[in-house]
Design a protein around this ligand. Structure first.
Ligand code: ZN
Length: 330
């Protein structure tokens, strides 16, 4: 079982937050940002446990009644939106229960936690509905938000939270974790390189052979480009994959967004850079270059809807990416 201590090695901002929570100096609102699969959700839940723990010693003990109910989502003072996991957006209506609960005291009289996972999916109206509570903390309510990047959060919400970026895992940490979960050494190593610092990504890739093949193709083409000289080889590998074109573009788009979110939020922490050789150009590209690469991917998706051939689309995209992410290197 992963504990809060496992997060102490995840960069200064994360360990400082944990120290503050444990010593009773926690901020009333915290927003955990970072790319998909780096452990934001796990960290958020463990922090929620720390606030609701009634056990002895270092919190959370993960064994007391408070911790157990918080972990199972059954704690009456752990408030989460009613929207289902698959909902794309969280609307004001989904927050009714929380807003009502916030208007009265905590059920058990102690701390209570509002846990808002994927807060970037909250509509501006929903975020505004929470603002009053964020602006006027009542001393016993903690808000824990998670968001991919922090671009989906209103600046008014962000400014009232301590924003803590959860950095990607190091390649070694992913490899270790996969091996501890029964993956053989060779596969663990390969997945740890492909996942770009996202343990969640590594775990879902491990389960899906087609996806793994597709990701490998994307890695060996779009994400390995170092200069225009690499384009013809990459284009040749993509040529036969016309049936997978839309999925390939979706993978590249998602990754480009993640790199962009990382580069915009990047702090000086060296831990923020996963040690994966094939991603190097992307990791060191400027936000502007990544924005240009991302809009080229979106253009490519648009061309797919017209009659342009996949070969032309993929070659063009490869050339644009190779120019952008080598041209704008700092
Ligand atoms: Zn406990």
């Amino acid at each position: 079982m992963i504990t809060l201590d496992d997060f102490l090695s995840r960069g200064e901002a994360v360990s400082a937050l944990i120290a503050d929570v444990r010593s009773g100096r926690a901020p009333h609102a915290m927003a955990l940002t970072g790319m998909t699969g780096v452990g934001k959700r796990t960290l958020a839940r463990l922090l929620a446990c720390a606030f609701l723990c009634v056990g002895e010693g270092e919190k959370p003990c993960l064994a007391c009644k408070g911790c157990r109910r918080a972990l199972s989502g059954a704690h009456p003072d752990l408030l989460t939106p009613s929207a289902g996991e698959k909902e794309r957006t969280v609307k004001v209506d989904d927050l009714r229960g929380i807003l009502h609960a916030l208007s009265i005291s905590a059920v058990e009289g102690g701390e209570r936690v509002v846990l808002l996972e994927n807060a970037h999916r909250m509509t501006p109206q929903a975020q505004n509905a929470l603002l009053k509570s964020l602006e006027e903390p009542d001393g016993s309510t903690r808000f824990i938000l998670t968001a991919s990047g922090d671009t989906g959060l209103l600046s008014t919400v962000r400014s009232r939270c301590r924003v803590v970026r959860v950095p990607p895992f190091s390649r070694e940490a992913v490899e270790r974790e996969l091996i501890s979960r029964g993956t053989d050494k060779a596969a663990a190593r390969e997945l740890s390189i492909l996942c770009g610092g996202s343990l969640g990504q590594a775990l879902s890739m491990r389960e899906d052979a087609d996806f793994l093949q597709l990701r490998t193709l994307c890695e060996s083409t779009f994400f390995s480009l170092r200069s225009a000289r690499d384009v013809p080889g990459a284009a040749a590998r993509l040529r036969e994959k016309r049936e997978d074109a839309d999925e390939i573009l979706a993978v590249v788009e998602q990754r480009a967004r993640e790199y962009l979110a990382c580069s915009v939020n990047a702090g000086p922490e060296p831990a923020a850079v996963p040690e994966t050789a094939c991603h190097e150009s992307w990791l060191h590209a400027s936000p502007r270059a990544l924005e240009n690469a991302l809009s080229a991917v979106i253009d490519a998706q648009r061309y797919r809807a017209s009659n342009v051939s996949w070969q032309a689309i993929s070659e063009n995209l490869l050339y644009i990416i190779s120019e952008e992410i080598t041209l704008w290197q700092p």
